[in-house]
Design a protein around this ligand. Sequence first.
Ligand code: AMP
Ligand code: MG
Length: 345
Amino acid sequence: MEQFINTKIVYTPTEEDLQEAATLLTAGKLVAIPTETVYGLGVNALLPEAPPKVYAAKGRPSDNPLIIHLADANEADRYAVTCATYHKLASAFMPGPLTVILPKRNCIPDSVTGGLATVAVRVPSHPIAHRLIELCGFPVAAPSANLSGRPSTTTVEHVIEDMNGRVDMILNGGASDIGLESTIVLPKADGSLVLLRPGAITVEMLEEEGFSVMLDKAVTERLQAGEQPLAPGMKYRHYAPHARVILLSGERGAVQAAMEPFRDRTDTALVCYADDPIANAANACILGAFDRRDEQARNLFDLLRSFDSRPEITHICAPLPDRKGIGLALFNRMLKAAGYDIEEV
Ligand code: AMP
Ligand code: MG
């Protein structure tokens, strides 16, 4: 990185601090913002010269577009061409962890969308994110506030680790409530949805609202050379710790049995559920209770990041999550962390 920025870290943001953050964003500066999904690296979405700074700070490929964040779902019409499906989604799930892909209007610069004709829109519910965007009065473009290739950040400590010296301000908002990035959907002309990235707004929740949902192939499978996912970011191997991650697929008991020979080994971490028999091993790392997928989602990135500070660990064994509810999002993130390396047991 060419230049070291003096980063202001605000641990308990007041209204005045948020005013200062809004002033920085207005001027095209970078502010890391807590949201209910993961921390975001915010920038003014209406200044064409601002988004490239985000790509530089993250080391992110510039063909991977940013999500614009609004204070109110009804503002989307100013920046995108909305449709009945958008409004139906908005009334059910916004503010919240849902991103909708819409045709963009000209006021959104190409530097936000990586040259795409569409723009991704979300309305975060976290009170700090919401108030800051409201004070700005313009959409805030933000990818996750992590170095490209590292797991997304879900605590201010993670953000400081990756972004101190690279951004102008970091706002603390506590640990992210959800811990996984937003669900991304693409509305089709017939009112159905393509799910580009699974998240806390689950397929079941969308179906409950009457939507028919099709999964983009990149959600569950490795794409072949030449195949393009609908969300450009899905082609990158995100979330990957330095150690090799091996996903064990099978009955819960069979997964336990497969881990047993690796019990207490110092070079191998065993990711397990709190109520697994293997959870008492010296090298066990608890993801959460077996039937608490929300807890597992909240802990996943913190756990994956923690392995990077333990160079003695060369292998990580983890159970392949089932695909129910937010399980599909866990499945997708763990599949990517493992580079699609699954072992049937
Ligand atoms: P991040 O902000 O790091 O969670 O990444 C944003 C995600 O949204 C990436 O996977 C992008 O590829 C996806 N995305 C953003 N804009 C669009 C768009 N216009 N069409 C499809 N996917 C998008
Ligand atoms: Mg990201």
